[in-house]
Design a protein around this ligand. Structure first.
Ligand code: SAH
Length: 375
């Protein structure tokens, strides 16, 4: 009990901690704070959060690391231990968007004087998509969506719901209601016609995650859902990164690891922070194409694309540090496939084939730090 209390305190949980409503019954999971608003969020403030960063955590460079909040026990402790003992900031983006997204962030950015992107995004389904009101049954109580995932419901799932409702009374009996709502919650289905549910379209997911419309257009639909499901929530990340704007009026040079579709880059752009240079490391070809397409349309700085974090040797990293006069920001969220709910292939935690890529984030950051210390 004492141990649990200590840990909860350390990881930002407070007197609000209510594990049963947060963690389900899975005892291998960790305890998460409630409400999950990090050190602060627009409209929510944890009372007088002050943090003292450990000496070795202080930049340059600034760094920002992200992963899913809900991991097997011990994972965040390990990540934190490698990242200079900084306490993770756990945020559920449901406080800043119409969809939930529970993520942990470890960074050495200041936490005072943050500012959100304006306008604030809609926080309910109907604010985001008013036209769905038309067919929304009164017995579906959802006002927010669950976490946007990498896969969507099959046509079989939505057809089964439609048939079931067609055969039921109106309103349907409680057992049918429960089944339908459980499926709707699980798959984030929305009402698009009489008795008819459907998954969100990729451009709706882009919108909910803070990306420009058609950001991921040009690659297959399955690929779009997958990349979006893995991406940052732009407004949340932008809120944390907003402190960089006044610090770097001439722009930033960024080392972007596991770039995906560029949630970090889009956040910086929407904040009006110029990117002088981005070295982006992303293994997925479709993702690299998406980032390049967006970059060429919106940016004037230099973009260098590298495929694999494993290929970044100390010499190569040092040469980028020399060429760009150091990095102002090292940003990235490593794959969560061995950690997270529906993405979880095997519950092998941080040592899983994908998740262990975290160690490359640490390794590369450490090389950048040493190289910059010698500058
Ligand atoms: N934050 C990103 C998404 C991160 S998901 C965004 O906003 O979109 C993790 C990403 O790491 C995925 O896009 C995956 O393709 C990439 N990845 C996996 N293995 C990698 C490797 N060895 N080197 C570089 N990137 C890798």
């Amino acid at each position: 009990m004492e141990e649990r209390k200590k840990k909860r305190k350390r990881y930002g949980g407070g007197s609000h901690g209510n594990r049963s409503s947060l963690d389900g019954s899975d005892d291998e999971q960790m305890h998460l704070p409630n409400p999950m608003v990090g050190f602060n969020l627009p409209g929510y403030r944890r009372p007088s959060v002050m943090r003292m960063l450990p000496q070795q955590a202080i930049g340059p460079p600034f760094f920002y690391y992200e992963n899913v909040a809900r991991t097997p026990r011990g994972v965040w402790e390990t990540i934190s231990r490698f990242l200079y003992d900084i306490e993770p900031e756990f945020v559920d983006s449901m406080h800043l968007s119409a969809a939930a997204r529970k993520r942990g962030y470890i960074h050495n950015l200041p936490i005072e004087n943050r500012s959100p992107l304006l306008p604030l995004p809609p926080k309910t389904i109907f604010e985001a998509f008013p036209h769905y009101k038309k067919w929304w049954p009164s017995w579906d109580p959802r006002r927010q969506l669950n976490c946007l995932q990498t896969t969507v419901a099959s046509a079989k799932t939505t057809e089964r719901i439609q048939c079931l409702l067609a055969r039921s009374s109106n309103p349907p009996p409680p057992s049918v209601q429960k089944y339908v709502i459980d499926e709707c919650r699980k798959w984030n289905l929305v009402w698009v016609g009489k008795n008819k549910v459907a998954p969100l379209e990729p451009n709706e997911v882009e919108y909910l995650l803070g990306f420009p419309r058609d950001h991921t257009r040009g690659v297959g639909k399955t690929e779009r859902y997958k990349s979006l499901g893995n991406s940052f929530h732009v407004d949340t990340v932008a809120y944390h990164l907003s402190v960089l704007r006044d610090m770097f009026p001439n722009g930033v040079s960024v080392l972007s690891l596991f770039t995906g579709i560029g949630g970090g880059e889009v956040a910086l752009h929407r904040l009006g922070i110029h990117m002088r240079a981005v070295v982006s490391v992303e293994i997925g070809e479709a993702n690299r194409r998406i980032l390049r397409g967006w970059w060429d349309q919106t940016q004037t700085g230099t973009l260098i694309e590298v495929a694999d974090v494993k290929s970044l040797t100390p010499d190569i990293i040092a040469s980028y540090v020399g060429r760009f006069g150091g990095f102002d920001l090292v940003i990235g969220g490593s794959p969560c496939n061995n950690l997270a709910g529906s993405n979880r292939h095997h519950r092998d935690g941080l040592e899983g084939e994908q998740s262990s890529l975290f160690y490359h984030y640490f390794r590369i950051l450490d090389v950048v730090k040493s190289a910059m210390a010698r500058m």
